[in-house]
Design a protein around this ligand. Structure first.
Ligand SMILES: Cc1cc2nc3c(=O)[nH]c(=O)nc-3n(C[C@H](O)[C@H](O)[C@H](O)COP(=O)(O)OP(=O)(O)OC[C@H]3O[C@@H](n4cnc5c(N)ncnc54)[C@H](O)[C@@H]3O)c2cc1C
Length: 398
């Protein structure tokens, strides 16, 4: 058996594990990043890249997003703006019913209280900003500071930069056992795809396994109740620009925050957690979304999802009806029942850190999450209060 000793071993090379490896390597620590498949095998390779604050509930989620959004500027400079396709285009939340006008006024006020530039605009201003939108809309909530990246490029750039700073990477190897000694993880045994085995002996372990967190948590005796929540997206061929910023409908917020509504509603759109999104990639393709359903680990695009995304998208932007769809894909959002990510040090396993369960916000929250994990790994105080995010808050008698 091969034996590797390191200071910090990270499990999972999505955007979260890659960002943690990057920050920890930057702090001069020895780090090994392990993935049972390869970087971007999970949600980070099948999602949008909206670096958003307007889609967060005021309170913890908004505070974290705001901090992380600010960190993206520095991260983009370090990794290269063009390399991760970072653009500060801004975002617009579409107001689709007269009732939503007051709700969005109130949401904009809360965003401004949190230091975010946000204001509601009326229909005429909305159509002047985005002439391809349907005149049936009632206005928009404009957030000019929001940005967009290409998530899989961010992950790859973080992995490459971490490696340049000395991080070691192991792909296609998964942990089969953690040796526990008291409240401590002593070592992890990995099995490679080729049948080879590796023993990792680390001072600290970091779990960044996304929707597979429950599985790896169980191996280490920690309950990490992350559940997959599927999101479906359609990608068009390149076409003329039809929007100048990231567009999202106000009902996206409801779908995101109220999973219970999907169980009881008579409205098929509510049942499938539908909320319109449109991202224009730097290459001129349009990524149209979006659904939220609990269907286990099924990553296929449903017929219902495909049809709804196209039909509902064309109601908001009629020009979408004439675009050709190239492909559809689905990713799994790592959902936590109390809607807060699991970030911090485990009380049950004292040398275990966790960064998982970011649901639809992981691309936005990766820079801040990585700063928090690197601070804890290096014995420093994290940059923000993380008391509410304790990773084993669900573990009985933790
Ligand atoms: C349709 C959709 C749209 C989205 N849009 C946005 C958006 O616009 N903005 C935003 O901020 N967020 C968005 N998200 C959310 C975002 O994609 C996720 O929150 C984020 O990618 C999670 O990253 P992660 O690194 O935690 O998990 P993942 O990317 O899933 O990475 C987990 C990794 O762990 C590995 N792994 C699993 N188990 C083990 C193990 N036992 N040992 C070793 N490795 C293991 C997997 O192979 C995988 O590579 C969206 C998600 C979806 C599905």
């Amino acid at each position: 058996m091969q034996r590797i000793e390191t200071e910090i071993a990270i499990f999972g090379a999505g955007i979260m594990g890659a960002a943690c490896a990057y920050e920890i390597a930057k702090a001069g620590r020895r780090v090994v990043l392990i993935d049972r498949a390869q970087p971007n095998a999970g949600s980070s390779g099948a999602c949008d890249g909206y670096v958003s604050v307007s889609t967060k509930i005021p309170g913890t989620a908004l505070r974290l997003a705001r901090e992380s959004q600010i960190l993206y500027d520095t991260l983009a400079s370090e990794l290269g703006h063009a390399r991760i396709e970072f653009v500060r285009r801004g975002g617009m939340m579409l107001i689709e019913t007269p009732d939503d006008v007051a709700k969005m006024e109130s949401h904009a006020g809360l965003l401004r209280d949190a230091g975010v530039e946000a204001h509601v605009i009326d229909r005429a201003t909305l159509l002047a900003r985005e002439p391809n939108l349907s005149p049936s809309l009632f206005g928009g909530l404009e957030c000019p500071g929001e940005a967009q990246v290409t998530p899989y490029l961010v992950t790859l750039a973080l992995v490459a930069a971490a490696r340049q700073m000395g991080a070691r990477t192991i792909w296609k190897a998964f942990p089969v056992a953690f040796d526990i000694s008291g409240a401590h993880i002593a070592h992890a045994d990995l099995e490679g795809e080729d049948g080879g085995t590796i023993r990792i002996v680390a001072e600290q372990y970091v779990f960044c396994a996304g929707v597979w967190s429950r599985e790896i948590g169980a191996l280490a005796g920690v309950e990490l109740p992350v559940v997959p929540r599927r999101g479906e997206l359609l990608v068009t061929t390149r076409g003329r620009p039809i929007a100048t910023r990231f567009l999202v409908s106000a009902r996206y917020l409801t779908a995101k925050l109220d999973p219970e509504a999907a169980k009881t509603s008579d409205d098929p759109l509510v049942r499938m957690g539908y909320g319109f999104t449109l991202e224009t990639t730097p290459h001129g393709q349009h990524v149209i979304g979006n659904t939220r359903t609990f269907v286990g680990y099924d990553r296929s695009v449903s017929r219902e999802g495909y049809v709804t995304i196209l039909a509902e998208g064309a109601k908001r932007i009629p020009a979408l009806a004439s675009l050709q769809v190239l492909r559809g894909f689905a990713g799994l959002r790592p959902f936590v029942p109390d809607k807060r990510p699991l970030i911090g040090r485990s009380a049950r396993r004292t040398n275990l850190l966790v960064a998982a369960g970011h649901e639809g916000d992981g691309i936005t929250l990766a820079p801040l999450t990585a700063k928090i994990i690197a601070s804890l790994a290096c014995g420093r105080t994290p940059p923000v209060d993380i008391a509410e995010l304790a990773p084993d808050r669900f573990t009985p008698a933790a």
